[in-house]
Design a binder for this molecule. Structure first.
Ligand SMILES: CC(=O)N[C@H]1[C@@H](OP(=O)(O)OP(=O)(O)OC[C@H]2O[C@@H](n3ccc(=O)[nH]c3=O)[C@H](O)[C@@H]2O)O[C@H](CO)[C@@H](O)[C@@H]1O
Length: 366
C-alpha cells in the first residue's frame, strides 16, 4: 500500500502523520509513505530526519492574511492542485490522508478529483474551516474528540484518537524512571509560548525556597531561550532550557508534571503517557479551540486549566506547589489521564486505510 500523507506546518498536524507513517511501514515491507508539505513548515526539517520521503508544494494559507494574502493564496491553489495530481500519478498512490495544514487541502482535493480513496485526520475538538470543507469530499474522516463528530457526515466518521509516535508509545510501556527531584516539563506547543515562558520564570522566583526539590526541562521556542535561561539562573532553580525538544519521549518519561498549551496532539500524548498537567490554552487559536480541547481533560480530572488572562507567576507557582505537596492528587490525575489515552489510533487508522484501498480496488476491478 502506498500512502500519501499531506499537511503539516506545525507539529500538531505533522506528528500524527509521522505516527501513522511509522505504523504503515512496519506492517509490510512493500508499504511506502510519501509526505507532501511546504518548505516553510516543520515537515521540511522533521520528515527527512524521521527517514521518510517528502515532496514540497507551493501553497499558502488564505485565512487571516488580508485581501492580498487571500487573493495570492487562491491564485496559487489551481497550480498546487495540478502539481498534487501529478505527484499522485507518478507515485502511484493508493490512498491520501490529509492531516491539516496548508498542503492538506490541494492534496485531498487532487485525490478526490482522481477518484481515489481519501481521508482526513482532524486532531481537534473543534475542526477548522478547511477540514469542515474537506469532510464533504473525503471518503473517511478520522476524529479524536466526540465534539468534532457533528461537523462531518455521520457515516464517514471514525473516532479513533490522535496517532502517537512510536517512541512515545514505547514510553507508555516503560515504567517511570525514579529520580530525586520533582521534575517539571514545560513547553508551549511545537513553537514555544512567550506567555508561559514569562510566567514560568516568575513562578521559579516564587518557588525558590523549594529549589532543592525541583528540576525543570523547559522548551521556549526560538525567541525566548536566552531570557528564560537567565531567569532560572537568577532564581537559582535548576533548569535545562532548550529551543525545541527532539526527544519528547524522554521528556515525558522523566517528568512528574507537565505545563503546556492544549494543542490536540499534545493532549493525546499526555493521556497516552499518563501525565498530570497544567494546561494554558492558546487564547488566539481559531474559535478558541484549545480551551475546548483542554476542557475534555479538566472535566475528567486529568488536568488543571489556567486561562491565559489569569496566568501569572503567583498562580502558576501556587498550582505547582499544591501538586508537588499532594502526591496522591497527582497520582489520581495521572490515572485519569491514562483512562483517556488512545494508544491504538495509528493502528486503527491504518486498518481503515487498508479497507479503503481494497474496496477501491474491488470497485475498480468490478
Ligand atoms: C496555535 C494553534 O492553533 N496551534 C494548533 C497546532 O498546535 P501545535 O503545533 O503547537 O500542536 P500540539 O500542541 O497539538 O502538538 C505539538 C507537537 O509537537 C511536539 N513537540 C513540541 C515541542 C517540542 O519541543 N518538541 C516536540 O516534538 C509535541 O510532542 C506534539 O507532538 O496544532 C494542533 C493540532 O491540530 C492544534 O490543536 C493547536 O491548537
Amino acid at each position: 500500500m502506498k500512502v500519501v500523507i499531506a499537511g503539516g506546518g506545525t507539529g500538531g498536524h505533522l506528528f500524527p502523520g509521522i505516527a501513522l507513517a511509522e505504523e504503515v511501514v512496519t506492517r509490510h515491507p512493500s508499504n511506502d509513505v510519501l509526505f507532501v508539505g511546504t518548505a516553510r513548515g516543520i515537515e521540511a526539517r522533521v520528515v527527512p530526519q524521521s527517514g521518510f520521503k517528502l515532496e514540497l508544494i507551493d501553497v499558502t494559507g488564505v485565512k487571516g492574511r488580508g485581501l492580498k494574502g487571500l487573493i495570492g493564496g487562491l491564485l496559487r491553489l489551481p497550480a498546487a492542485v495540478l502539481r498534487c495530481m501529478t505527484i499522485l500519478r507518478e507515485y502511484q498512490a493508493d490512498v491520501v490522508v490529509g492531516v491539516g495544514g496548508y498542503a492538506s487541502f490541494p492534496m485531498v482535493f487532487a485525490g478526490f478529483l482522481r477518484g481515489m480513496p481519501t481521508a482526513i485526520q482532524e486532531q481537534n475538538a473543534l475542526p477548522g474551516l478547511t477540514n469542515r470543507l474537506l469532510g464533504k469530499i473525503a471518503r473517511t474522516v478520522f476524529i479524536s474528540f466526540d465534539e468534532a463528530a457533528r461537523f462531518f457526515p455521520k457515516d464517514k466518521v471514525h473516532n479513533v484518537g490522535n496517532p502517537i509516535r512510536k517512541a512515545l508509545m514505547e514510553n507508555f510501556l516503560r515504567p517511570q524512571e525514579p529520580h530525586e527531584r520533582f521534575r517539571i516539563l514545560i513547553f508551549g506547543g511545537s513553537q514555544g509560548a512567550h506567555a508561559i515562558n514569562v510566567a514560568a520564570i516568575d513562578a521559579a522566583r516564587k518557588l525558590a525556597p523549594m529549589r532543592d526539590k525541583l528540576e525543570i526541562l523547559h522548551q521556549t521556542g526560538a525567541a525566548d531561550r536566552e531570557f528564560t535561561r537567565k531567569g532560572y539562573a537568577d532564581a537559582g532553580v535548576r533548569a535545562e532550557v532548550v529551543e525545541f525538544i527532539d526527544d519528547m519521549s524522554r521528556a515525558y518519561a522523566t517528568s512528574n508534571l507537565v505545563i503546556c498549551r492544549s494543542g490536540a496532539t499534545t493532549l493525546s500524548e499526555l493521556t497516552v503517557c499518563k501525565k498530570a498537567a497544567i494546561l494554558v490554552p492558546f487564547p488566539y487559536a481559531a474559535d478558541n479551540h484549545q480551551e475546548v480541547n483542554a476542557r475534555s481533560l479538566v472535566e475528567k480530572g486529568a488536568a488543571v486549566m489556567i486561562r491565559q488572562p489569569e496566568l501569572d507567576g503567583e498562580r502558576l507557582a501556587s498550582e505547582i506547589s499544591s501538586l508537588m505537596e499532594d502526591p496522591s492528587r497527582l497520582k489520581k490525575m495521572e490515572r485519569a489521564a491514562g483512562l483517556l489515552g488512545r494508544p491504538e489510533a495509528a493502528k486503527e487508522i491504518a486498518d481503515v486505510c487498508v479497507n479503503l484501498v481494497y474496496r477501491g480496488r474491488e470497485q475498480g476491478a468490478g
